[in-house]
Design a protein around this ligand. Structure first.
Ligand SMILES: [Cu+2]
Length: 108
């Protein structure tokens, strides 16, 4: 009886999607001094995780639809920075260290 209860618990854990897991943020890699993916679409208010897979520092900056720039500081190798995109519109994410690193986030 006890074993049956345990098995059904395990099955529930594997089959039922956990709502908190579904809500996990989309991820963008900073890899080989590029953003992967290079464009991403999110719902307004959503956050995106930016993971530094390189062995060099990056410096994430977000250019909002109104042109204002937010500097998120140094993003060291292995670090993940979570960035929220509060309003709908087109955001540009750049790296302050590597000018060719540039991507678009469409919040819509
Ligand atoms: Cu960089």
């Amino acid at each position: 009886m006890r074993r049956i209860a345990l098995v059904s618990l395990l099955l529930a854990a594997f089959s039922a999607p956990d709502p908190s897991e579904q809500a996990s943020e989309p991820q963008v890699l900073q890899i080989k001094q590029t953003f992967d993916p290079n464009t991403i679409k999110v719902a307004p208010g959503a956050a995106v995780e930016f993971m530094n897979m390189d062995d060099v520092n990056h410096n994430l900056k977000v250019v909002a639809p109104d042109g204002s720039v937010t500097d998120l500081g140094l993003d060291k190798p292995g670090e993940t920075t979570k960035i929220g995109f509060p309003a709908s519109g087109s955001y540009t994410v750049i790296c302050g260290i590597h000018p060719r690193m540039k991507m678009k986030v469409a919040a819509q």
